[in-house]
Design a protein around this ligand. Structure first.
Ligand SMILES: C[C@H](NC(=O)[C@@H](N)CCCCN)C(=O)O
Length: 448
């Protein structure tokens, strides 16, 4: 069904495009839900099954290890199979992974389930990106990416909310993971519906030429510019801070701040919730005003004091929060503000950072650039939980020793400072003769 640029076929209609977006985003929803489903049961795994902090950290690390392995050839596989088959196969792997993880509390089996999840989830994200480029190229692409990311983050927020709307399941560690398996099944159904949409569109509408192979060529990595590597540096430290903090946030709020599970879950959900609402808006704003490296630096600066704020600032008065279908809770104002600000940063930096790569890397190397960036990201996300959970364990962190969490928070703060350094260096390079236009303002962009 290859169609070149001179095809006589019409472009997909808006209904076809938005339907494809909905199906792919629901598959992403399932993917993000399963990834985050461990967060609310960390304490149950420790209390009911005797897992250590380091073991619970490994349930995240192993995902990243699998992601690094699969990203070396995942893009190539997607190009060979085509997106419609890839979406179905990788979301099915996520479903099997969710079921394996839920099946037993034997650590090695859970580890195998999370490894399988890494093998399915990361290529699914790459395939979803390829799908959006296919249907939206030249039309609302950034906005479609924003919507897709918002729906995926709704999956993350839903795991936190499940501590309220599915509270009876949290009597044990296992039932919430069976719920996650059910959500993964919805993701597979959406993937199949996407398969049908693309199949029906073949030969009727122009979905563009097949993409350049996404195979990651490690020999070519030296050819990327300085700016690219500063963005990769920021990507690594940013996600290596936010993802592990989020993974252990519910447990941290329970142990260090004495919140009950559903209040901790609701508080934690403000991070993805803020991101759901604001990500597409930041995307639209930055597209209009430019100055992308300044936006990344501002995001890094805002993030810098947040981990020390939750550690050292007084919790402040309790404020009432309410979410539809979830309920009400009283949360300390300091923690709420920190989560909202972190949610703002979690919207701003991804909304600016990922599209910025398209400015500084040639189109035919974008796949390799994104694979390299994600691979480096996952190495960071692999190492940091290992370091932080080891620190918590070494310092005997817990309700009786809340100060034991401080070294992990200082570690996150150091990473955030590195992020600020990378975005400041990017800003310097982009203002000079070797810039790629990331620092162009609205007027220069309008002038072309
Ligand atoms: C777009 C970005 N996604 C990623 O970084 C993924 N490689 C990892 C997602 C892990 C949770 N399923 C993001 O979510 O900001």
């Amino acid at each position: 069904m290859t169609t070149g640029p001179h095809t006589a076929l019409p472009r997909p209609t808006p209904t076809q495009r938005w339907l494809a977006l909905v199906f792919v985003s629901l598959a992403m929803f399932g993917n993000y839900y399963v990834y985050d489903a461990l967060g609310p049961i960390i304490d149950l795994l420790r209390e009911q099954e005797g897992f250590s902090y380091v073991q619970t950290g490994w349930l995240y690390n192993i995902y990243s290890l699998a992601a690094v392995l699969v990203l070396l050839f995942g893009g190539y596989v997607i190009d060979r199979w085509g997106t419609k088959l890839a979406i179905v196969v990788f979301s099915t792997i996520c479903l099997i992974a969710a079921a394996v993880t839920a099946s037993t509390a034997q650590f090695e089996v859970m580890l195998a389930g999370r490894f399988l999840l890494g093998l399915g989830a990361e290529p699914l994200i790459v395939a979803a990106t390829a799908v959006l480029a296919k249907w939206f190229k030249g039309r609302e692409l950034s906005f479609a990416f924003g919507i897709n990311l918002s729906i995926a983050r709704l999956g993350s927020a839903s795991t936190d909310w499940s501590t309220s709307f599915a509270a009876p399941l949290y009597e044990n560690w296992q039932d919430p993971l069976w719920l996650a398996t059910g959500v993964a099944a919805v993701g597979v159904t959406a993937a199949m519906l996407y398969w049908v949409s693309e199949k029906r569109a073949e030969g009727r509408v122009d979905l563009g030429a097949p993409p350049e192979t996404d195979k990651l060529d490690l020999k070519q990595m030296y050819a990327f510019s300085q700016s690219f590597w500063y963005i990769v540096g920021l990507c690594v430290v940013f996600y290596a801070t936010v993802f592990p903090f989020r993974a252990f946030a519910i447990d941290y709020f329970q142990q260090a701040h004495g919140l009950d599970r559903s209040t901790a879950g609701m508080l934690s959900s403000f991070l993805p919730l803020a991101a759901i609402i604001v990500t597409p808006l930041f995307g639209l704003w930055v597209d209009r005003v430019g100055h992308r490296s300044v936006f990344m630096a501002v995001g890094s600066l805002v993030m810098l004091p947040l981990f020390l704020a939750v550690t050292y600032l007084p919790p402040g008065p309790e404020v009432g929060v309410w979410l539809p279908f979830v309920g009400r809770a009283q949360v300390p104002v300091t923690l709420l503000l920190v989560m909202l600000l972190l949610g703002g940063v979690f919207s701003l930096i991804p909304a600016v950072m990922w599209p910025s790569v398209a400015y500084i890397v040639r189109e035919n190397r974008l796949g390799a650039a994104y694979s390299m960036m994600t691979l480096c990201q996952q190495i960071g996300v692999f190492l940091v939980p290992l370091a932080v959970t080891s620190m918590n364990q070494f310092n005997a962190a817990g309700p009786e020793n809340t100060g034991g969490y401080a070294s992990g928070m200082w570690f996150y703060t150091t990473l955030a400072a590195l992020g600020l350094f990378f975005s400041w260096r990017l800003w310097q390079v982009e203002r000079g003769p070797n810039g790629h236009g990331l620092e162009r303002g609205a007027k220069e962009m309008a002038a072309g």
